[in-house]
Design a protein around this ligand. Sequence first.
Ligand code: SF4
Length: 77
Amino acid sequence: MERDITKKYTNGEVTIVWKPTLCQHSKICWTELREVFDPFVKPWIRPEGAETERIVAQVKKCPSGALSYYMNKDKDD
Ligand code: SF4
């Protein structure tokens, strides 16, 4: 049975949302922005590795929906 796992990583400004069960291992994220996405280290997502703008642009390229994001200010109540 597939479990719905969601992990979150934030740099204080943007939050990267990671759903590993959706990942198709296209490698796009970690070949294009290794400063943030590196599957060979733990944790594999380091949101402090690049500016928010670059993170958002990269997350948008994820073809599977495994990576998504929200801006922290939009979550403030
Ligand atoms: S871009 Fe998306 S589908 Fe491709 S490896 Fe990264 S998380 Fe997985």
